[in-house]
Design a binder for this molecule. Structure first.
Ligand code: PRP
Length: 211
Protein backbone atom coordinates (compact mmCIF):
# COMPACT_ATOMS: atom_id res chain seq x y z
CA UNK A 1 0.00 0.00 0.00
CA UNK A 2 1.42 3.40 -0.93
CA UNK A 3 1.25 6.46 1.30
CA UNK A 4 -1.70 8.81 0.94
CA UNK A 5 -0.39 12.35 1.41
CA UNK A 6 -2.37 15.21 2.94
CA UNK A 7 -1.50 18.90 2.52
CA UNK A 8 -2.96 21.06 5.28
CA UNK A 9 -2.97 24.85 5.40
CA UNK A 10 -0.96 25.95 8.46
CA UNK A 11 -2.79 27.34 11.49
CA UNK A 12 -6.30 26.97 12.82
CA UNK A 13 -7.54 25.15 9.73
CA UNK A 14 -4.92 22.42 10.18
CA UNK A 15 -5.72 22.11 13.89
CA UNK A 16 -9.45 21.73 13.17
CA UNK A 17 -8.69 19.21 10.44
CA UNK A 18 -6.52 17.11 12.75
CA UNK A 19 -9.32 17.16 15.37
CA UNK A 20 -11.79 15.98 12.74
CA UNK A 21 -9.47 13.22 11.51
CA UNK A 22 -8.99 12.12 15.09
CA UNK A 23 -12.74 11.59 15.38
CA UNK A 24 -12.50 8.90 12.69
CA UNK A 25 -9.44 7.30 14.25
CA UNK A 26 -6.75 8.97 12.15
CA UNK A 27 -4.09 10.43 14.39
CA UNK A 28 -0.64 11.83 13.92
CA UNK A 29 0.93 12.29 17.33
CA UNK A 30 4.18 13.77 15.96
CA UNK A 31 2.25 16.66 14.49
CA UNK A 32 0.90 17.88 17.82
CA UNK A 33 4.35 18.92 19.05
CA UNK A 34 4.12 22.70 18.60
CA UNK A 35 7.89 23.17 19.02
CA UNK A 36 8.78 20.84 16.19
CA UNK A 37 10.26 22.35 13.00
CA UNK A 38 9.58 19.17 11.07
CA UNK A 39 7.63 19.70 7.88
CA UNK A 40 6.33 16.23 7.19
CA UNK A 41 4.72 13.71 9.51
CA UNK A 42 3.97 10.04 8.98
CA UNK A 43 1.46 7.58 10.35
CA UNK A 44 3.20 4.31 9.43
CA UNK A 45 0.37 2.09 10.53
CA UNK A 46 -2.27 3.74 8.30
CA UNK A 47 0.23 4.59 5.55
CA UNK A 48 -0.62 8.28 5.71
CA UNK A 49 1.64 11.34 5.43
CA UNK A 50 0.77 14.89 6.41
CA UNK A 51 2.49 18.15 5.68
CA UNK A 52 1.76 21.75 6.56
CA UNK A 53 2.07 24.47 3.94
CA UNK A 54 0.89 28.02 3.47
CA UNK A 55 -2.85 27.93 2.75
CA UNK A 56 -2.66 29.25 -0.86
CA UNK A 57 -0.05 26.56 -1.70
CA UNK A 58 -2.35 23.67 -0.75
CA UNK A 59 -4.22 23.55 -4.11
CA UNK A 60 -0.85 23.73 -5.93
CA UNK A 61 0.49 20.65 -4.11
CA UNK A 62 -2.77 18.82 -4.81
CA UNK A 63 -2.96 19.78 -8.51
CA UNK A 64 0.56 18.47 -9.13
CA UNK A 65 -0.07 15.30 -7.13
CA UNK A 66 2.60 16.10 -4.51
CA UNK A 67 -0.33 15.69 -2.13
CA UNK A 68 -3.28 13.40 -2.87
CA UNK A 69 -5.63 15.28 -0.59
CA UNK A 70 -5.69 18.86 0.69
CA UNK A 71 -7.70 20.97 3.07
CA UNK A 72 -8.05 24.67 2.33
CA UNK A 73 -10.60 27.45 2.60
CA UNK A 74 -13.00 27.84 -0.30
CA UNK A 75 -11.60 31.37 -0.73
CA UNK A 76 -8.16 29.93 -1.46
CA UNK A 77 -9.53 27.23 -3.75
CA UNK A 78 -11.54 29.75 -5.81
CA UNK A 79 -8.68 32.23 -5.95
CA UNK A 80 -6.04 29.69 -7.01
CA UNK A 81 -8.28 28.07 -9.67
CA UNK A 82 -6.27 24.83 -9.69
CA UNK A 83 -7.38 21.60 -11.36
CA UNK A 84 -8.52 19.70 -8.27
CA UNK A 85 -11.74 17.94 -7.25
CA UNK A 86 -13.58 19.56 -4.37
CA UNK A 87 -15.10 16.59 -2.58
CA UNK A 88 -16.33 17.68 0.85
CA UNK A 89 -17.48 20.73 2.79
CA UNK A 90 -15.90 20.22 6.21
CA UNK A 91 -18.24 22.73 7.83
CA UNK A 92 -15.69 24.73 9.83
CA UNK A 93 -13.93 27.97 8.96
CA UNK A 94 -17.32 29.41 8.02
CA UNK A 95 -17.26 33.02 6.81
CA UNK A 96 -18.33 35.10 3.80
CA UNK A 97 -16.55 36.81 0.91
CA UNK A 98 -18.03 40.29 0.74
CA UNK A 99 -17.74 43.65 -0.94
CA UNK A 100 -17.34 46.14 1.90
CA UNK A 101 -16.80 49.83 2.33
CA UNK A 102 -18.31 52.91 3.90
CA UNK A 103 -22.11 52.94 3.51
CA UNK A 104 -21.78 55.84 1.04
CA UNK A 105 -19.92 53.54 -1.41
CA UNK A 106 -23.12 51.53 -1.92
CA UNK A 107 -24.16 54.04 -4.61
CA UNK A 108 -21.02 53.27 -6.70
CA UNK A 109 -22.03 49.62 -6.76
CA UNK A 110 -25.64 50.38 -7.56
CA UNK A 111 -24.74 52.67 -10.46
CA UNK A 112 -21.91 50.47 -11.76
CA UNK A 113 -19.32 53.22 -11.51
CA UNK A 114 -15.67 52.72 -12.39
CA UNK A 115 -14.23 52.31 -8.88
CA UNK A 116 -11.14 50.83 -7.28
CA UNK A 117 -11.44 47.54 -5.38
CA UNK A 118 -8.65 46.52 -2.99
CA UNK A 119 -8.34 42.83 -2.23
CA UNK A 120 -6.15 39.88 -1.40
CA UNK A 121 -8.32 37.90 -3.85
CA UNK A 122 -8.01 39.55 -7.30
CA UNK A 123 -9.42 36.56 -9.21
CA UNK A 124 -12.51 36.28 -7.02
CA UNK A 125 -13.05 40.06 -7.21
CA UNK A 126 -12.56 40.08 -10.99
CA UNK A 127 -15.00 37.22 -11.47
CA UNK A 128 -17.61 38.90 -9.29
CA UNK A 129 -17.41 42.35 -10.84
CA UNK A 130 -16.95 41.28 -14.45
CA UNK A 131 -19.01 38.09 -14.74
CA UNK A 132 -21.68 38.52 -12.07
CA UNK A 133 -22.22 42.27 -11.78
CA UNK A 134 -20.95 43.32 -15.22
CA UNK A 135 -19.24 46.34 -13.68
CA UNK A 136 -15.85 47.56 -14.88
CA UNK A 137 -13.52 48.19 -11.92
CA UNK A 138 -9.82 48.57 -11.18
CA UNK A 139 -8.57 45.78 -8.92
CA UNK A 140 -5.71 46.59 -6.53
CA UNK A 141 -3.96 43.59 -4.98
CA UNK A 142 -3.01 43.90 -1.31
CA UNK A 143 -1.55 41.33 1.07
CA UNK A 144 -3.44 42.01 4.30
CA UNK A 145 -5.19 44.59 6.48
CA UNK A 146 -7.44 45.20 3.49
CA UNK A 147 -9.86 47.32 5.56
CA UNK A 148 -7.28 50.10 5.51
CA UNK A 149 -7.71 50.74 1.80
CA UNK A 150 -11.05 52.63 1.81
CA UNK A 151 -10.10 54.44 5.03
CA UNK A 152 -6.93 55.96 3.62
CA UNK A 153 -8.39 56.54 0.14
CA UNK A 154 -6.63 53.77 -1.80
CA UNK A 155 -9.93 52.33 -3.01
CA UNK A 156 -13.67 52.92 -2.77
CA UNK A 157 -14.46 49.35 -1.65
CA UNK A 158 -12.75 46.09 -0.72
CA UNK A 159 -13.44 42.46 -1.54
CA UNK A 160 -12.57 40.54 1.61
CA UNK A 161 -13.47 37.86 4.11
CA UNK A 162 -15.96 38.72 6.83
CA UNK A 163 -16.24 36.37 9.76
CA UNK A 164 -17.62 38.09 12.87
CA UNK A 165 -17.80 41.52 11.22
CA UNK A 166 -15.87 43.15 14.07
CA UNK A 167 -12.96 44.37 11.91
CA UNK A 168 -15.47 46.18 9.70
CA UNK A 169 -17.42 47.62 12.63
CA UNK A 170 -14.33 48.87 14.42
CA UNK A 171 -13.26 50.67 11.27
CA UNK A 172 -16.59 52.23 10.32
CA UNK A 173 -17.15 49.95 7.31
CA UNK A 174 -20.11 47.72 6.35
CA UNK A 175 -20.91 44.77 4.14
CA UNK A 176 -22.33 46.23 0.93
CA UNK A 177 -22.78 43.01 -1.07
CA UNK A 178 -22.14 39.31 -0.46
CA UNK A 179 -20.03 37.47 -3.03
CA UNK A 180 -20.28 33.91 -1.64
CA UNK A 181 -20.27 31.82 1.53
CA UNK A 182 -16.96 30.19 2.51
CA UNK A 183 -15.81 27.23 4.63
CA UNK A 184 -13.04 24.65 4.74
CA UNK A 185 -13.12 22.16 1.86
CA UNK A 186 -11.40 18.88 1.14
CA UNK A 187 -9.83 18.71 -2.32
CA UNK A 188 -8.38 15.71 -4.14
CA UNK A 189 -5.94 15.28 -7.02
CA UNK A 190 -7.93 13.96 -10.03
CA UNK A 191 -5.46 11.10 -10.71
CA UNK A 192 -5.37 10.07 -7.03
CA UNK A 193 -9.16 10.08 -7.06
CA UNK A 194 -9.04 7.34 -9.73
CA UNK A 195 -5.98 5.40 -8.56
CA UNK A 196 -6.86 5.39 -4.86
CA UNK A 197 -10.62 5.68 -5.18
CA UNK A 198 -11.34 2.96 -2.59
CA UNK A 199 -9.31 4.55 0.19
CA UNK A 200 -10.34 8.09 -0.64
CA UNK A 201 -14.07 7.33 -0.93
CA UNK A 202 -13.94 5.44 2.35
CA UNK A 203 -12.27 8.43 3.99
CA UNK A 204 -14.90 10.83 2.61
CA UNK A 205 -17.74 8.58 3.82
CA UNK A 206 -16.31 8.32 7.31
CA UNK A 207 -15.76 12.08 7.51
CA UNK A 208 -19.29 12.75 6.25
CA UNK A 209 -20.66 10.61 9.06
CA UNK A 210 -19.04 12.78 11.77
CA UNK A 211 -19.47 16.24 10.22
C1 PRP B 1 -9.32 38.46 7.91
C2 PRP B 1 -10.06 39.31 6.90
C3 PRP B 1 -10.61 40.42 7.74
C4 PRP B 1 -10.89 39.74 9.06
C5 PRP B 1 -12.35 39.43 9.16
O1 PRP B 1 -8.07 39.02 8.10
O2 PRP B 1 -9.20 39.76 5.88
O3 PRP B 1 -9.67 41.44 7.88
O4 PRP B 1 -10.13 38.55 9.09
O5 PRP B 1 -12.68 38.86 10.40
P1 PRP B 1 -13.84 39.45 11.32
O6 PRP B 1 -15.05 39.67 10.46
O7 PRP B 1 -14.07 38.39 12.35
O8 PRP B 1 -13.34 40.74 11.93
P2 PRP B 1 -6.88 38.27 8.84
O9 PRP B 1 -7.07 38.35 10.31
O10 PRP B 1 -6.77 36.89 8.28
O11 PRP B 1 -5.61 39.12 8.49
P3 PRP B 1 -5.18 39.95 7.21
O12 PRP B 1 -5.80 41.31 7.39
O13 PRP B 1 -3.71 40.00 7.28
O14 PRP B 1 -5.69 39.28 5.96
Amino acid sequence: MRYLTFALGKGRLAEQTLDLLEQIGITCEEMKDKNSRKLIFVNEELKLRFFLSKGPDVPTYVEYGAADIGVAGRDTILEEGRKVHEVLDLGYGKCRMCICGPKSAGAYLKHHELIRVATKYPNIAKDYFYNVKHQTVEIIKLNGSIELAPIVGLSEVICDIVETGSTLRENGLSVLEEVCPLSARMIVNPVSMRMESGRIKDLIQRLRAVI
